[in-house]
Design a protein around this ligand. Structure first.
Ligand SMILES: [Fe+2]
Length: 152
């Protein structure tokens, strides 16, 4: 099929972009609409914490720390992807989580679709008030970020 004909064919289907997602042991051909492309080009964040959208509830990293944080002493940061825990399935899953303290990368966790839950606990230690920055990537809905200021 000539390139011109392929574009014309895709336009008749209402498809602006074709993306090929690779999952271990399987390939997936998926059509992506123009607004979905933005999920891959930008870092997505919660717009209004008091009124989360369904996409935000399912993708924005949800953070919890227990107890008082003391300077230089390790504490556990519980991270769950989505206030409503994101699914982990072959065709839709969380690929990774990155944890930063200010601009320093502390941990990067990779997931396969076989991991049953998109949640981890990461030990953190800070000496002064800092900003935790958590990034995560959904294979269908792009990169999401949550930040949290912590005091010591
Ligand atoms: Fe997703």
């Amino acid at each position: 099929m000539q390139d011109f004909n392929r574009r014309k064919f895709l336009k008749t289907l209402g498809v602006s972009t074709i993306a090929i997602g690779l999952v271990p042991g399987m390939s997936v051909l998926k059509s992506v609409s123009a607004d979905e492309v933005d999920w891959y080009q930008n870092i997505n964040r919660v717009n209004d914490p008091t009124n989360l959208t369904a996409k935000e509830k399912g993708h924005a990293p949800f953070l919890q720390t227990l107890g008082i944080i003391k300077s230089g002493e390790p504490f556990d940061l519980d991270i769950q992807i989505g206030e409503n825990l994101h699914p982990m399935a072959v065709n839709h899953y969380i690929q990774w989580i990155e944890v930063y303290v200010n601009t320093d990368l502390i941990s990067r966790i990779e997931f396969s679709p076989l991991c049953p839950q998109a949640k981890v606990t990461v030990p953190i230690s800070v000496k002064e008030p800092s900003t935790l920055r958590i990034l995560t990537r959904c294979n269908l809905h792009g990169i999401w970020e949550t930040t949290k200021k912590i005091t010591v």
